[in-house]
Design a protein around this ligand. Structure first.
Ligand code: NI
Length: 159
């Protein structure tokens, strides 16, 4: 595994649409391992492949309960109930905004071996799923933030 360079929000790669994974091979496993190591090194709770310049539908999440690897994730359910919380991004260091997100989501995805899985996520985990899956469509949290937070006011999780 290796720590990869995290691209900043101004990098055009972060605005591109990522392509689905079709080969569940050693190269994918390497990418997943690198994403997890890079996320942990940066003290983030999530990291998506386009943030390291790889335009594939791959992301990792760890809200402190272990690494979840999501390949080709799709949100198939989101609760009508939303929560407005502070959110940040490893591609926008030091910046946080209040972003409304569904309180609960269900995500369909493939694991590293291509096996179909489903994840029910609530609260911070649901927020992390929405944030990372947005990256795969070139969407950033600032696009959805209802307001940005003064740096002295609060800090949230960086994803
Ligand atoms: Ni992010």
């Amino acid at each position: 595994m290796a720590i990869r360079k995290i691209l900043l929000e101004t990098d055009p790669a972060l605005r591109k649409k990522s392509r689905p994974v079709d080969k569940f091979d050693e190269r994918l496993h390497q990418l997943l391992g690198d994403l997890a190591e890079t996320m942990h090194h940066a003290n983030g709770v999530g990291l998506a492949a386009p943030q390291v310049g790889i335009l594939r539908r791959v992301c990792v999440i760890d809200i402190g309960e272990g690494v979840i690897e999501l390949v080709n994730p799709e949100i198939v359910y989101e609760s009508a109930e939303q929560i407005e919380e502070s959110e940040g991004c490893l591609s926008s260091p030091g910046e946080y905004g209040i972003v409304p997100r569904p309180r609960k989501v269900v995500v369909k995805y493939a694991d590293r071996n291509g096996e179909a899985k489903e994840l029910e996520a609530e609260n911070l985990l649901a927020r992390a799923c929405c944030h990372e899956i947005d990256h795969l469509s070139g969407r950033l949290f600032k696009d959805l933030a209802i307001r940005m937070i003064d740096p002295d006011e609060d800090d949230g999780e960086e994803e």
